[in-house]
Design a protein around this ligand. Structure first.
Ligand SMILES: [Fe+2]
Ligand SMILES: [Fe+2]
Length: 475
């Protein structure tokens, strides 16, 4: 079951050839996908040989397969974690009942919506990152970008498989629409806000993979608990890929911070202008990027009070992060959760029914998780005797979704007037000038083992290859 059949046109471990209709439908979608990859995927990358990993099985060691691949030939396919015999619902009103192997009629619309919303983010991020190959700071980083991109492509495949297999004609139409919406498009944008933002430079890319791919981790973890077993098994396998994306982000920022701190020490300065003149990214600019990506990402969790979130949970469609490890009753009917609101210019916590606050619960789990990595970046500064500390802004900072949307709040959590906000906004969010400066540093470095001036080399290479390995070959 866990072996992947690569002999077929669409590699899979779901016995695709046993369902001719489904196989034909997906084979029909496949050229449209490849056309999308050509048009909207990584620019000028079609002929490059890239040292990529490809899954050969869905077991833990199934990722050990590395080799040079031209990306249009990447074996995108359909891989589900193995079915475990008698999985039961472990939360919601159906607690203890058998999980569903088909989408139940009464939950079909909600399940489809969940899958489409998740599916939409996957190609969106590829679109957002399509220009970055032109300005990669090294072959190592270029390879990591492409690895992330092909895997997001595969995540799209995963969601499309579910739509085709379980949602009939509506599902096929939704699968087509996933290739028709485009990130940042005026007429048909991607569904969620953060996925219509630009990822114009590599600092933004690492912030995105650190924060926004982590949103992916939390959404997928919640779906991996689903009572709709095919969704649970699909997302479980997707999570194995997400870990690498977040590693790319965390280590990328860490290496930028390290380089800046080294130059700060060398030049004995904290002055952003001097550091910029030395060709590194000053820490306040990194902080502004962090503020931006953090705030747009926590918006992705949705409204802090949501009846949909309650329905998704109670009906067993979407669990909490690590549902299985929690020790409450997994129904949450009488429980409450504290959410933040602003009353008369002051923050106040109110108790609301927990079922309605599950978006907030997931957001708080995300916040807890993302703060840890920021602490590791600060260790890099500390080790070099730099006193500046990066920090995540207050939860209410720069929010566009939920109760806190539109309230002006400083990164420290002071509620502000419109005028106060305007007077300081430039200190807190990346300015056009910041972006222009970061853009001015971006230039492709292609000599093996060489790195752009604004980022340190990684400690180790990919798959135990040396750092100066030729991770991408230009033909
Ligand atoms: Fe993904
Ligand atoms: Fe990802």
């Amino acid at each position: 079951m866990s072996g992947i059949n690569y002999a077929e046109k669409i590699p899979n471990n779901v016995d695709l050839s046993g369902d001719r209709t489904l196989q034909r439908a997906l084979e029909h979608w496949q050229p449209n996908y490849l056309k999308w990859w050509q048009d909207m995927g990584p620019e000028a990358s079609q002929t490059l040989d890239v040292y990529l990993r490809t899954a050969i099985s869905v077991q833990a060691d199934g990722w050990a397969n590395f080799g040079y691949v031209k990306m249009p030939d990447y074996r995108w396919g359909i891989f589900l974690a193995p079915q475990t015999g008698d999985r039961k619902m472990h939360f919601g009103e159906n607690l203890g009942k058998d999980v569903w192997q088909e989408a139940p009629g009464e939950h079909r619309a909600n399940l489809r919506r969940i899958i489409v919303t998740q599916g939409d983010t996957e190609p969106a991020s590829v679109e957002q990152q399509r220009h970055l190959g032109h300005t990669a700071p090294s072959l190592y980083d270029l390879r990591n970008l492409f690895q992330v991109n092909v895997e997001e492509g595969r995540h799209l495949w995963a969601m499309v498989y579910l739509l085709h297999r379980y949602f009939g004609r509506d599902g096929r139409e939704e699968a087509d629409a996933l290739l028709q919406r485009n990130s940042g498009s005026q007429d048909s944008p991607r569904i969620l806000g953060a996925f219509n933002e630009k990822t114009p430079d590599w600092l933004a890319f690492y912030m995105f993979t650190y924060f926004t791919d982590r949103d992916g981790k939390f959404q997928l973890s919640a779906l991996a608990e689903s009572g709709f077993d095919p969704l649970a098994r699909t997302t479980k396998f997707m999570l194995t890929e997400e870990a690498h994306h977040m590693f790319v982000g965390e280590s990328g920022i860490s290496r930028i911070v390290q380089r800046t701190a080294d130059v700060m020490k060398e030049l004995q300065t904290e002055d952003p202008a001097v550091l910029r003149a030395a060709g590194v990214i000053d820490l306040p600019t990194i902080q502004r990027y962090l503020n931006f990506h953090y705030s747009v990402t926590i918006d992705l969790f949705g409204a802090d009070q949501s009846s949909n979130a309650a329905i998704f949970y109670s009906s067993g469609l979407k669990g909490r992060y690590e549902e299985g490890k929690r020790t409450d009753d997994h129904q949450l009917k009488d429980q409450t959760y504290r959410v933040l609101e602003v009353v008369d210019g002051k923050f106040r916590e109110t108790e609301v029914p927990m079922l309605n606050a599950l978006n907030e619960v997931l957001r708080d789990d995300f916040i807890h998780d993302s703060v840890a990595g920021v602490g590791r970046w600060n260790k890099v500064l500390d080790k070099r005797g730099v006193s500046f500390r990066l920090k995540v802004p207050h939860k209410a900072f720069n929010r566009k979704v939920g109760t806190l949307a539109g309230i002006k709040v400083s990164p420290e959590g002071d509620v502000l007037t419109e005028e106060q906000w305007k007077a300081h906004e430039n200190e807190w969010l990346p300015t056009a000038e910041d972006r222009a400066f970061v853009a001015s540093l971006m230039g492709r470095v292609v000599e093996p083992g060489k790195f752009a001036n604004w980022i340190s080399a990684p400690v180790i290479g990919i798959n135990r290859q040396p750092v100066n390995f030729e991770y991408v070959r230009f033909n």
